[in-house]
Write a protein of this length. Structure first.
Length: 67
């Protein structure tokens, strides 16, 4: 799940071995923004788009914040 500071939320399914970059681009396109305009945060840590969910030990049902 990705939650924006505006209150918008969207649920995505992603394999733990898939690059987060794919998720970031799909989400940015969904809300009509460029991916460079967004910052993705998980448990207070800014995410690197080249990493995978398992890098951050993300669990099923985890929420990413965007600003």
């Amino acid at each position: 799940q990705i939650a924006a500071s505006t209150g918008y939320e969207r649920i995505f399914k992603l394999k733990t071995t898939t690059s987060l970059r794919k998720l970031f681009y799909v989400y940015a396109e969904t809300i009509g923004k460029e991916v460079d305009e967004l910052k993705f945060i998980y448990e207070g840590q800014c995410l690197n788009p080249h990493n995978m969910p398992n890098t951050y030990e993300m669990e099923n049902g985890g929420t990413l914040d965007t600003v």
